[in-house]
Design a protein around this ligand. Structure first.
Ligand code: FES
Ligand SMILES: [Fe+2]
Length: 380
C-alpha cells in the first residue's frame, strides 16, 4: 500500500457523482477511507475519514449529502473545506485551526477525480498526464454524466485482477461475448493494450490499424500512442484502434450505436475506441458515444473492489438516447466472467502445490506489470 498504491494518482470517480454542494462519497482503499466531497461549484476536496479528536469515522454512509461533517462520537464538526468548525468544552489553549481533517491529495482533470494517498508530495500530475490532455478533451469527459455505476467485489488479490485485465490469453476461452465484438487478430495484437500480444501479431494487424487510422485522421481525430515502461512511475498507456473491421459504431452486441449523442468533439463516428490506462488500477475504455471507467481497488490481501462507471454525454437522456443495459452490456458480462476466473485463480494459488508456470507469448504485459511492481518496491 505504502510503496505502490499510495504513490499513484488513482482514478476514483467522475465529478457528476457529486453534483451539488455537500454531496460526498467514500473511496475505500486498503484500510483507508477517503471522503470525496464537493464544497462548491468549483471545488472538490478529499479528506481521510478520521476525526481529529479521538479518531472515529466521521462519515458512516458510503455516500450522501452533508451541510457539515459532524463526528458521530463527540460531535466535533467540520466545514466542507475540512476545517474544524466547532468542538465543545475544549481548554482555552486549544487551537481549532490546527485540527482540520487530514487532507488527501486530489486533482480533477477533465471531470475525472484522481486522489493520491501519499504522505509527502505526490508525483507531479501534470508531468505524468499532460500527454493525455488532448485525447481526454476530445472524448469530452468534462461534459459527461454517469449513466450507471456498478460494483463487483472480487475475492482475489488486486495483482491477480490487474494481471487478468492486461492479458488477452484468456479472452478466447473466457469471453465469448467480448470475442464476438472484437476480431481475433486484433485481440491477439493488442487485446490488452500495446505490448500485450506476441511479437509479430502487431505487425500482422498493422495494415488494418493503418487503414482505420487514416480514416480517423481524415476526420480530424487524433490517434496518440503512449506506452510507458516498467520503470516509469505509472506504466501508463494510451492507444486507439478500430472496434471491429466490420465498422462497429460502438461496443454493442450488433455494433449499433450505444447512445445517439456523441461525446466530446466527435461529430462523426470513426468506429474506433480509445484505451486510457493511467496506472495499472485506473482505466477508461471509450467509444465515440460512451465510456467505461474501471477502478480496481485493493481492499486487503484477498479482496479487490472492482467499480465500473459508464459515462455518456451529459445531455443524453436515458431510454431516449440510450438504454442502460445496452451501454453496460459488454463490460458487465465481461467483468463478471473476469471475477469468476480470478477468484478461481486465487483459490488455486492458495494450494500448497501452486507454483508459478511459464507465461505465454500473449502475456507479455503481465511480465511488464511484475517488473513495474518490483521496481516500485525497490525504489521506495
Ligand atoms: S472522536 Fe470525533 S468527536 Fe470525538
Ligand atoms: Fe478478461
Amino acid at each position: 500500500m505504502e510503496r505502490v498504491i499510495s504513490q499513484q494518482w488513482l482514478l476514483v470517480d467522475h465529478v457528476s457523482r457529486i453534483p451539488r454542494r455537500g454531496d460526498y462519497f467514500l473511496f475505500r482503499v486498503g484500510g483507508e477511507q477517503i471522503i470525496v466531497i464537493r464544497e462548491n461549484e468549483n471545488e472538490v476536496h478529499a479528506f481521510f475519514n478520521v476525526c481529529r479528536h479521538r479518531g472515529s469515522r466521521v462519515c458512516l454512509e458510503d455516500e450522501g449529502h452533508k451541510r457539515l461533517l459532524t463526528c458521530p462520537y463527540h460531535a466535533w464538526s467540520y466545514n466542507l473545506d475540512g476545517s474544524l468548525k466547532a468542538a465543545r468544552l475544549m481548554p482555552d489553549d486549544f487551537d481549532q485551526s490546527q485540527h482540520g481533517l487530514h487532507r488527501c491529495h486530489l486533482r480533477v482533470f477533465h471531470g475525472l477525480i484522481f486522489v493520491c494517498l501519499s504522505k509527502d508530495n505526490p508525483p507531479d500530475f501534470d508531468a505524468m498526464y499532460s500527454e493525455f490532455d488532448e485525447m481526454l478533451g476530445f472524448h469530452g469527459f468534462s461534459d459527461a454524466k454517469i449513466a450507471v455505476q456498478r460494483n463487483y467485489p472480487n475475492a482475489a488479490n488486486w495483482k491477480l485482477v490487474v494481471e487478468n485485465f492486461i492479458e488477452c490469453y484468456h479472452c478466447a476461452p473466457a469471453h465469448p461475448e467480448y470475442c464476438s465484438v472484437h476480431p481475433a487478430n486484433q485481440l491477439l495484437a493488442l487485446g490488452a493494450g500495446p505490448g500485450s500480444g506476441p511479437k509479430g501479431a502487431l505487425e500482422a494487424y498493422q495494415p488494418t490499424l493503418d487503414k482505420w487510422e487514416a480514416r480517423a485522421s481524415a476526420l480530424g481525430h487524433p490517434s496518440p500512442c503512449i506506452e510507458r515502461s516498467a520503470s516509469s512511475i505509472d506504466m501508463a498507456q494510451l492507444s486507439r484502434f478500430p472496434i471491429n473491421d466490420r465498422e462497429f459504431d460502438s461496443e454493442t452486441r450488433t455494433g449499433e450505436p450505444a447512445c445517439t449523442k456523441l461525446m466530446g468533439k466527435f461529430n462523426e463516428r470513426d468506429h474506433g475506441e480509445t484505451a486510457f490506462s493511467f496506472n495499472p488500477i485506473s482505466f477508461i475504455l471509450a467509444c465515440n458515444d460512451f465510456a467505461m471507467m474501471a477502478r480496481f481497488t485493493p481492499i486487503d490481501g484477498m479482496q479487490t473492489d472492482i467499480q465500473l462507471t459508464w459515462l455518456v454525454h451529459k445531455d443524453a437522456e436515458e431510454d431516449v438516447d440510450y438504454d442502460v443495459d445496452n451501454v453496460a452490456w459488454i463490460w458487465d458480462v465481461t467483468i463478471k466472467q473476469d471475477k469468476r476466473i480470478t477468484e478461481d485463480n486465487q483459490a488455486g494459488i492458495l494450494s500448497s502445490r501452486y507454483q508459478p508456470g511459464p507465461y505465454s507469448e500473449q502475456e507479455r504485459l503481465v511480465m511488464t506489470f511484475s517488473d513495474w511492481y518490483l521496481d516500485k518496491l525497490e525504489k521506495h
